[in-house]
Design a protein around this ligand. Structure first.
Ligand code: CP
Ligand code: NVA
Length: 309
């Protein structure tokens, strides 16, 4: 049986995504009430990291521990993958021993190749192209604070990067309007945009994007792997900083989100990220709850389906 994977938000149906967000909220309540829920006893998640991480690593590892299973941290520096063992071979071997694999790497094609050769579900924990785990947590956070995101206006200000690409998918899947403002040359991928015309607008005007928005999002100006461009990007992206003046154009009850890590004084001022409209800490915590919902969806439900006569 071919396993379900979670490589982008398009791998799940709209209904499945809604259910995931609802389930994440339930799992959060259960955890806060101290309820023990161990659906993944003795199950193992392999976590392959070819880039740094704080939130993703901690949340997946804690999620598996709470669920009664365990997680193995595999850094590319210490595995044969880092010495050139083909990704196909690694996938065939690792997926014979564990129940699920989570990968953070550079090229999205590498995660796709891993999934094609894996016997167990594969989760994309960030590629240069997408970061779907983060956006599930973002949607959960919005829903908890403001109710359904359907029909709302979300502003993405800054780099047309992996987070922005995933917001484009999210606009399609959760049915909201996304206004992107990026400097010329740093806009999101054109192919993605052309299939999301109904949901996404792109401009180089942050004020236009943020105007009357219900949610304002940004991210670092130089993503992992772009460290060499940091100084150049700092100059180019300066007018795209989220500060009080820009945030004042959004709705008065607009929320501010950032996947973190953040650079105060660059893409966002301290006043905003540490201010009343910011929900970044709740957003970060929700990585734990939404990932639990995802692991349960991929592992518990799939397993039950396999046993259905
Ligand atoms: N937001 C996020 O994915 O954070 P980490 O890079 O710390 O995992
Ligand atoms: N766009 C950032 C997100 C980090 C979670 C990066 O890829 O580095």
């Amino acid at each position: 049986m071919t396993p379900r994977h979670f490589l982008t938000l398009l791998d799940l149906s709209k209904t499945e995504l809604q259910e995931l967000v609802t389930r994440a909220q339930q799992l959060k309540t259960m955890w806060r009430n101290g309820e023990s829920y161990i659906p993944l006893k003795n199950r193992v998640l392999a976590m392959i990291f070819e880039k740094s991480s704080t939130r993703t690593r901690v949340s997946f590892e804690v999620a598996m521990t709470h669920f009664g299973g365990s997680a193995i941290f595999l850094s590319s520096n210490d595995t044969q993958l880092g010495r050139g063992e083909p990704v196909e071979d690694t996938a065939k071997v690792v997926s014979r021993m564990v129940d699920c694999v989570m990968i953070r790497t550079f090229s999205h094609e590498k995660v796709e190749k891993f999934a094609q050769n894996s016997q167990v579900p594969v989760i994309n924990a960030l590629t240069d192209m997408y970061h779907p785990c983060q956006i599930i947590a973002d949607i959960q956070t919005f829903v908890e604070q403001r109710g359904s995101i359907q029909g709302k206006k979300v502003a993405w200000v800054g780099d047309g990067n992996n987070m922005c690409h995933t917001y484009i998918h999210a606009a399609q899947q959760f049915d909201f309007q996304l206004a992107v403002a990026s400097p010329p040359g740093y806009e999101p991928n054109e192919n993605l945009l052309s299939s999301a015309k109904k949901y996404v607008t792109v401009s180089k005007d942050p004020a236009q994007a943020v105007k009357d928005a219900d949610l304002v999002c940004t991210d670092v100006w130089a993503s992992m792997g772009q460290e060499g461009e940091q100084a150049k990007r700092k100059r180019i992206f300066q007018p795209f900083q989220i500060n009080s003046k820009l945030m004042a154009l959004a709705k008065s009850d607009a929320l501010f989100m950032h996947c973190l890590p953040a650079h105060r004084g660059e893409e966002v001022t301290a006043e905003i990220i540490d201010g009343a409209q910011s929900v970044v800490w709740e957003e970060a915590e929700n990585r734990l709850h939404s990932q639990k919902a995802l692991l349960e969806f991929l592992l518990v439900k799939d397993r039950l389906e396999q046993f259905t006569p």
